[in-house]
Design a protein around this ligand. Sequence first.
Ligand code: BGC
Length: 738
Amino acid sequence: MDNRKLQELFNEMSIEEKIGQLFQVTGAVYEEEAVISGPIKELGINERDIYLAGSVLGTMGAKKTKQIQKKYMEKHPHHIPLLFMLDIINGYKTVYQIPLGQGAAFEPELARKCASMAAREAAADGLHVTFSPMADLVRDARWGRVMEATGEDVYLNSVYARAMVEGYQGEDLSDKETLAACVKHFAGYGAAEAGRDYNTVELSERTLRDFYLPAYESGIQAGAELVMTSFNTIDGIPATINKKLMREVLRKEMGFDGVLISDFGAIGETITHGVSEDRADAARRALEAGVDIDMMSGVYPQTLYQLLKEKKIELEMIEECAWRVLKMKNKLGLFENPYKGADEDLAEKQILCQEHKELAETMATKSFVLLENKNNILPLSKGDKVLFAGPYVNRQEMLGAWSFTGDISDTITIQQAAEKKMKNYEVCFCQGCPILPKEMKLDGFVNYKEEEFGEKEIEKMLTEAESKAKQADVVVLALGEHFLQSGEATSRAMIEIPENQMKLLERIEKINPNIVVVLFNGRPLDIRKIKQRAKAILEVWIPGTMGGNAIVDMLVGNNTPSGKLPMSFPYCVGQIPIHYDELNTGRVHVQGRDKDRYVSKYLDVQNKPLYTFGYGLTYTNFRISEPVLSKNSMRTGERIIASVKVKNCGERSGVETLQLYIHDVAASVARPKKQLKGFQKIELQPQEEQEISFVISEEILRFTREDGVFSSEEGEFEVFIGNSSEEERRAKFVLKSE
Ligand code: BGC
């Protein structure tokens, strides 16, 4: 519809209709014989409201969404279509690696392809909007939602946020195979104090601007249609009603002109925060902050009309929000085709098609990080007797906490894959132990029940594993977190694998020390004890539908590991928050000089994480030369080329990820020890050597200076190029003023 027509339609709409665009309901209210009850009733939404509501949360299926759309539009005074929204986080029916694992692939292009695959499947099933990407920077592994992020680094997060938005939205939003993307959670949600979900966020404005905001901004610059507010307070004010954050930073500075949606119930929660006085006050504040859609708190439908009558809000404020929602519906092409991509036949064809499964498998493969490989125990040697033990050996729940759209019966387990792919080995399998200790129930998760075992059965499982381990050359232990131990509202103060699984590891180690641990988890864990006991550790995160295939191909060497950690694995919880791009203190601890007293260190543990950002082994060895710069000084507008020679010194081909880090030696504010500024992946055959170059320009040296201006400062810079953030060899250059 052209803009003039849209404007005409808008002018014809009643105030109630305009308010309707600003809230959403669940699809259940439109089903035959639906009565308004349960949570929707509690929100104060009545029969009339539901045919004015602008959007629906959590309904899917081509047939169902089409029926709802038809019925709704018939009853809506101006026949304006509904928007169908859902969290499609790591795939729709073809579920791929969780975002943290995607970050480990260091391949934003692949994330783009995955996002566009998810959009294809979901759009065919009647959806219009996904609440993804989550661009929250994360430094605290206690926070369960790190699984939905791409890690601790501002640059990595920014390139991924952009790629995902572009992947979902494609070139044209009205295209049948696209979804509108929603960058969330604005802002700083990942910095919840003590890693406890929804908790207060305390960030200096500089840290917020230089580390936390850029990834959101990058998703916005990529054209994200929506932004979601975060649950937390920031500077004492709930983000959802934080005018400075939304009006000044998001709208003015970042130029975001799309739809701002609250998080689930967040407008109402501003009362519990102790800032809004009541629901009407909460609505007024959210509207003043420019929140266009109230996600499921019912505050807007319940109070806006009255507020307007009482002249506590201006009509223009409502119109501004409703207009944005309408504009988005128009961009999605809903006025021309209210069903957009919804198509049962197409859904049938697209969903879980071969191409999608292959992509999910590629993403899983590229995301795996080889943390240890003593005596090159991996890849497994042909002919070996391999025991696969552990709760993940034949477990289909490897889709992650957001994958309610996926079906675990489509998942390939390790056992299924090994039986097919390991004909040249002698393989056997056993569970070894349950996934969780007997007494641990994941309460609070509806509709989920883990199989229960008695003491005797558990002991039997352990002894079976022990006796099989005796016969084996290698034991692959598939261990890890339960998939419901990470995700929303799953903060953990102790981040180890469940203790009953540790017991399995300890007992097997006594019998057979040739242990390879395949680790499933949604967050960095404290794996000190696993490191001591296992010869190899392959980090597979929560790999998705094709996880089993990808894992087995990696273990036998059909593929080679190339993932790098997107988030540091702490040595222990006491180090958290820990991230590689920390600032120097005035009293730096020098590694190895533990007797130095008045320096920044712990008395009981090392400063270093167990595994740092950017780290990950391969099945071969790469030698990287010292970095060389094309010149030692530059002025604004000029460029320096930084290069290294990389040689594969091993006997297998392999992929290495070269990472460029820069340190600003002296600036008006302290700068990180080093910061990622670029990366490149190369594949080299045995003995092959290649030169890899990065371009350094003044733009990548900018930061929020003492005077608040975002700019670079002249002076000395150090350049590191290595295969992890631990690289210490450096070259130097000077940035000169004009
Ligand atoms: C989460 C959001 C999500 C929303 C809708 C909230 O609880 O914080 O990330 O998009 O629910 O499902």
